[in-house]
Design a protein around this ligand. Structure first.
Ligand code: HBI
Ligand code: FE
Length: 291
């Protein structure tokens, strides 16, 4: 199962059996380095007060603001010393089982390329800015690092059991689009949000989306959209809570999920903890960055 269109069937020319490729840092052009700087500077204006402390602590620990696209040979020793994770380069989206095998071994696969200057605001495939700026700071947190490894291991199992569509929703609503409570506010920790200038504001401030308390089985039943702002965000109390709710045998959960119906993207259920009851006005106007 994959929600994306451009997944190759076999490792492309020049890629290893595990789909990794060299970063080839010296080959990035001046334009590509300046694209990183532009995106970085833009997010650093938007994220203070909106992104979680844990994200900023990770950014700082990795020292990603030295100018230009980070050189993994410099970044990886810092990350490895903190949590044992490393970042490897891949050509783009890789098959699910390849992705899970990397995560299960504490390797995060990052796109090698960076978006073009005319794609600053939106692209569907994960590039190095999304993957490194968005995902890697969170991998410096020991609990989040454990959670991601467990997700990789769980992915292999879910795939074998035919439950990947359900498990992928957990990744989507936490790793990519998660919010957390912090300082009496809702703050961003999801990589899909922190790497997006527009969704960084929308996710925490727009009246449209629902913001609901995280509940594992509820999340795994909830549909999602891959091509637009979310209609619902799920809020965790802490990374520790996320880890504690998910480090368990999913077997009994999958048995229950097989008999359960999917939940509509804009539904609010009686059992939900409601942080914001959204107007859904953005989606009603047709979405895709509608004014
Ligand atoms: N490949 N490079 C890359 N990055 C991803 O985030 C990714 C992937 N392949 C599959 C995948 N994600 C998802 O479909 C799984 O989480 C289910
Ligand atoms: Fe991502």
């Amino acid at each position: 199962m994959s929600d994306f269109e451009h997944v190759f069937e076999a490792p492309p020319e020049g890629a290893a059996a595990d789909w990794t490729i060299p970063q080839n840092w010296r080959a990035y052009t001046e334009v590509e380095h300046r694209t990183w700087d532009t995106l970085y500077a833009r997010q650093m204006k938007i994220l203070p007060g909106r992104a979680a402390d844990v994200f900023f602590r990770g950014l700082e620990a990795l020292d990603l603001n030295t100018g230009g696209i980070p050189d993994f040979a410099v970044m990886n020793p810092k990350l490895q010393a903190l949590t044992g994770w490393t970042v490897v380069c891949v050509p783009g989206l890789v098959p699910d089982e390849v992705f899970f095998d990397h995560l299960a071994n504490r390797r995060f696969p990052s796109g090698q390329f960076i978006r073009r200057p005319d794609q600053l605001d939106y692209l569907q495939e994960p590039d190095i800015f999304h993957d490194v700026f968005g995902h890697v700071p969170m991998l410096t947190d020991p609990d989040f690092a454990d959670y991601m490894e467990a997700y990789g291991k769980g992915g292999q199992r879910a795939a074998a059991l035919g439950m990947l569509p359900n498990l992928a929703r957990l990744y989507w609503y936490t790793v990519e689009f998660g919010l957390m409570r912090e300082a009496d506010q809702l703050r961003i920790y999801g990589a899909g949000i922190v790497s997006s200038a527009t969704e960084s504001v929308f996710s925490v401030e727009d009246p449209s989306p629902n913001r609901l308390g995280f509940d594992l089985e509820r999340v795994m039943r909830t549909l999602y959209r891959i091509d637009d702002f979310q209609q619902v965000y799920f809020v965790i109390d802490s990374i520790e809570q996320l880890k504690q709710q998910t480090l368990k045998d999913f077997g009994p959960i999958y048995d229950r999920l097989k008999g359960a119906q999917d939940i509509a993207i804009d539904a609010i259920l009686p059992a939900d903890a409601v942080f914001s009851r959204g107007t859904q006005a953005y989606a009603a106007k047709g979405g895709r960055f509608a004014a």
